[in-house]
Ligand binder design. Structure first.
Ligand code: PLP
Length: 414
């Protein structure tokens, strides 16, 4: 049987079932049959409570319930409403606003920002640079618009950020193409939970400055989807001013998402915010990104734009949202800590982890190990270089329990 009937393959391999959703469906079936207490579903990329229910910030939900029909039924302008564009810059940068010309364009989640950056700052056939451990949809987003993902090794032999390989791969790509898009997902990287330190950032900036000497166009995309679940909001934003120090032929773009920050995953809201050296480059950013939005999803949904604007227009409400989120963030951080400690106790190697929704365990045959774990009703996601555990979706007790079981499965599966 050919893989396609009427649809054109266009060079793509499209699986019949999304791998993660497939595992997740098997986990749900196991829960239905054996009960929640007997199954561990560490596949879900959303924050769940200890009973497996989606956490929705009450303070955000209250704003939602007070909306008027025009707040959600009306079209928003293509680039986003004015109050949203102001609010989202405050949300993304906090007290760490980089120097330069800033412009925000609303997008459907961080995904929309990724798509718009790749389509506007690289050319068909180009390779986009990111780390070897990365969120798999980067490949799909790039591939759908005729680009490919190239990777550098995120960690060196000492388990530190591999600045050397980053520099080598960036230089190699710039030899071959006229422009370069770099995606760095930090802090609380998916799937490893790593956050670039300020020292790592210093090396990234140094490399990009060197690359910029080529005179070619460089776009540095900071995928900050998890920035509000990494730890202290202020501490984890300290790298942002560095984006304002880059030369004129480098544009930095922060992809900010309300999916995790406001627990509004399904409202599909985010923004791409540029830091540009000149007014002209910032204006160009707005023009090209709004044009691309028009030609893909058109306007972004208005509802979450209104919600964020309301939150930022009311300091008391903002404090309430921040406080509520901090409570859940502490719960998440405690789960991550429990997993890391249990891994250390049983001698299970994990990829350097700092914070966030996921922890990754390196292994040679992730599919075999995760199949063995499924037999014990532990559902995790096999990746190319290891297994991803969503500590966001399992209770702290499960985080403590599973490291020895993962170790055993890896040893048996290899
Ligand atoms: N970037 C990373 C690394 C993610 O894990 C996700 C979502 O899981 C996103 C971006 C984008 O999510 P959304 O489009 O919902 O904002």
């Amino acid at each position: 049987m050919t893989e396609f009937i009427l649809a054109r393959p266009n060079g793509r391999k499209i699986p019949r079932e999304d791998k993660i959703f497939g595992i997740s469906n098997r986990a749900k079936a196991a829960i239905a049959e054996k009960g929640r207490d007997n199954v561990i579903n560490g596949t879900i990329g959303a924050l769940l409570d200890d009973e497996g229910k989606l956490i929705v910030l009450k303070s955000v939900d209250e704003v939602y319930r007070q909306l008027a029909p025009t707040d959600y039924a009306e079209y928003a302008p293509i680039g986003g409403t004015k109050p949203f564009k102001e609010a989202v810059q405050k949300a993304a940068f906090g007290d760490h606003v980089p120097d330069g010309y800033l412009e925000a364009v609303a997008t459907p989640g961080g995904t929309g920002s990724l798509r718009n950056v790749i389509s506007n700052y690289s050319e068909p056939g180009d390779q986009v640079l990111t780390s070897d451990w990365h969120w798999a949809p980067y490949n799909t987003i790039a591939g759908e618009i005729g680009r490919k993902i190239a990777t550098f090794e995120l960690f060196d032999a000492d388990r530190k950020f591999n600045a050397k390989d980053f520099a080598a791969k960036a230089a190699e790509l710039l030899e071959k193409q006229e422009s370069l898009v770099i995606i760095l997902n930090t802090p609380a990287h998916n799937p490893t939970g790593y956050s670039l330190t300020l020292d790592d950032w210093g090396k990234v900036i140094e490399t990009i400055e060197e690359c910029a000497e080529s005179g070619k166009a460089i776009a540095l995309l900071v995928d900050a989807a998890y920035i509000d679940f990494a730890g202290d909001e202020d501490e984890y934003r300290k790298f942002l001013p560095l984006l304002g120090t880059l030369p004129e032929n480098v544009i930095s773009i922060v992809a900010y998402s309300l999916s995790k920050t406001c627990t509004l995953y399904g409202a599909r809201c985010g923004a791409m915010i540029c830091v540009a050296k000149t007014r002209e480059i910032a204006d160009e950013f707005k023009r090209v990104c709004e044009f691309s939005s028009r030609g893909s999803w058109s306007n972004s949904a208005k509802i979450a734009q209104v919600i964020l604007s309301r939150i930022y227009s009311d300091p008391e409400l903002l404090a309430k949202v921040d406080e509520e989120r901090a409570g859940y963030r502490n719960m998440l951080l405690a789960r991550g800590k429990a997993f890391s400690e249990a891994a250390k106790e049983c001698g299970l190697e994990i990829v350097p982890y700092d914070a966030g929704f996921f922890v990754s365990v390196p292994c040679d045959d992730p599919d075999a190990a995760s199949r063995l774990l499924e037999e014990q009703d532990i559902f995790l996601v096999p990746l190319a270089k290891g297994i991803r555990v969503s500590v966001a979706s399992i209770p702290e007790s499960a985080c403590r329990k599973i490291p020895p079981l993962i170790k055993e499965a890896i040893e048996k599966g290899c």
